[in-house]
Design a protein around this ligand. Structure first.
Ligand SMILES: [Zn+2]
Length: 451
């Protein structure tokens, strides 16, 4: 399209403080056909069919949450594409990458296609998909052709068709993925160690939270990280470590980074803001895997984040019913908490308290997730990029109340926390999908993002 006075674009957002690569600038943003058409001062903005005044608000790239369990299908009682993407929109998240441990597991073209078809009609934000590894490694290529953006490997339990106890099989799979240059996201906990410790605790009749922490230990994380890194050395594949929680796990990753190996890592808001002391006071509702750690672990994560060593922040939104969370002992309870609606307000609060800079927030929640997943036209407010945006009010204070979540999982260890900084509008593909907490777009407004 040519620049000129007669041009009319779809939408102009006026008077915002816009987060750009040059810092925060007072500007307007013109949007056309779902893309950012221009970021400019008032006189240089084109005419528009629709306009919105964002005076007093900060405009950021929408969050790309690279660790989300949207469930649906046989797990729709926990969450479905409609409730999960509404939760995302409410939380300023414009693209979620869906994890494959579903029922059925996303691990071949058929199961991936089925999820894409469901998501297409039900989602209000954009959705992309991880796949677990197929049994037949040849299928890796057809899964990528179908549009999965990355693979997910659980080293704590076998999900998908790959025998995780066989290093040769892992190496073969890594070599296949290496040919296509997509990353493998890894849940790093050592299966053998977890099983041995678990059996020991069962024999001792232990059912307490402390026993869960001993089974899912920092050492189990470190060992799995170490094992994955050995395979990175042999294959050259890009490994993205999910939800790093311990100082020793982190240290092992940072050593590999120092060596120039292609590894990146992610941390969740709950591992940054809660410790195992919170787990003891909140009980099983705050149980997740990996679990909350000590104050020293949390400090190590913060220090790495401030030094730019943590590549991304992701929610690990893992919805369950309250009944499942409360059922029986720690060994029966489902690990995981919802996070899509709390991630951005919690992080903005950290910005307001000067523990986190706004540029570190944007880097870790938008820019780097886009880069890690090779989504070239996403994650920044620049001309030509997809118009996936979140408008935040940095001064708005409120209390987190899980009973108001769009997610079906209406519980949170952050319930009652006072936060300062709120997403007030979310735009996806140039369309307003959330306005002051209301979902204003139709299901199907979101698109499937393919590799
Ligand atoms: Zn997860």
């Amino acid at each position: 399209m040519e620049r000129g006075k007669t041009l009319t674009v779809d939408l102009v957002l006026h008077n915002a403080k816009v987060y750009t690569s040059m810092g925060i600038v007072e500007a307007g943003v013109a949007i056309n056909e779902g893309k950012i058409f221009r970021v400019a001062k008032e006189p240089n903005l084109p005419l528009a069919s629709a306009e919105s005044n964002l005076k007093g608000y900060l405009l950021l790239p929408g969050l790309i949450d690279s660790h989300v369990h949207l469930r649906d299908q046989q797990l729709a009682y926990k969450e479905d594409f409609s409730s999960g993407t509404a939760a995302a929109a409410a939380g300023g998240v414009t693209l979620t990458i869906d994890m494959p441990n579903n029922k059925p597991v996303t691990m071949d073209v058929k199961s991936l296609r089925e999820r894409m078809n469901l998501a297409k009609n039900r989602s209000v934000i954009n959705v992309a998909f991880y796949s677990a590894f197929p049994e037949n490694l040849e299928e890796i290529h057809s899964i990528l052709r179908e549009g999965a953006v990355a693979f997910k490997l659980f080293l704590s339990q076998m999900i998908g068709g790959l025998d995780i106890e066989d290093d040769d099989a892992l190496l073969q799979a890594f070599n296949e993925v290496r040919k296509r240059k997509v990353p493998i996201a890894v849940h790093a906990e050592d299966k053998g160690m977890i099983e041995r410790m678990g059996e020991k605790m069962q024999r001792l009749g232990r059912k307490d939270l402390e026993a869960y922490l001993e089974v899912h230990s920092p050492e189990a994380e470190r060992r799995a990280v170490q094992r994955a890194i050995q395979l990175v050395k042999k294959s050259g594949v890009h490994i993205h470590f999910c939800h790093v929680s311990s100082a020793v796990g982190l240290e092992t990753i940072l050593t590999a980074k120092d060596m120039g190996l292609p590894v990146t890592c992610e941390v969740t808001p709950h591992h940054l803001l809660l410790t195992s002391e919170h787990l003891k006071s909140y009980g099983i509702m705050a149980l997740m895997d990996p679990p909350l750690r000590t104050k020293e672990d949390v400090e190590a994560l913060w220090s790495a984040l401030k030094h730019g060593f943590i590549d991304s922040l992701a929610s690990d939104h893992a919805p369950h019913t309250v009944e499942e969370k409360e059922s029986g002992s720690v060994w029966d309870a489902r690990p995981g908490i919802p996070g899509l609606e709390t991630m951005l307000p919690l992080l903005l609060t950290q910005v307001n308290e000067a523990r986190l800079t706004i540029s570190d927030l944007v880097r870790a929640t938008s820019e780097m997730p886009a880069k890690i997943l090779h989504l070239r036209d996403r994650g920044s407010v620049i001309e030509g990029c997809c118009a996936d945006l979140v408008v935040v009010d940095m001064r708005r204070e409120y209390e987190i109340d899980s009973s108001k979540f769009y997610s079906k999982a209406r519980f949170s260890p952050f319930d009652g926390w006072r936060v300062k900084g709120k997403p007030v509008k979310t735009f996806v593909n140039g369309q307003l999908v959330m306005d002051e907490g209301e979902i204003v777009a139709k299901p199907g407004t979101g698109q499937i993002v393919r590799w």
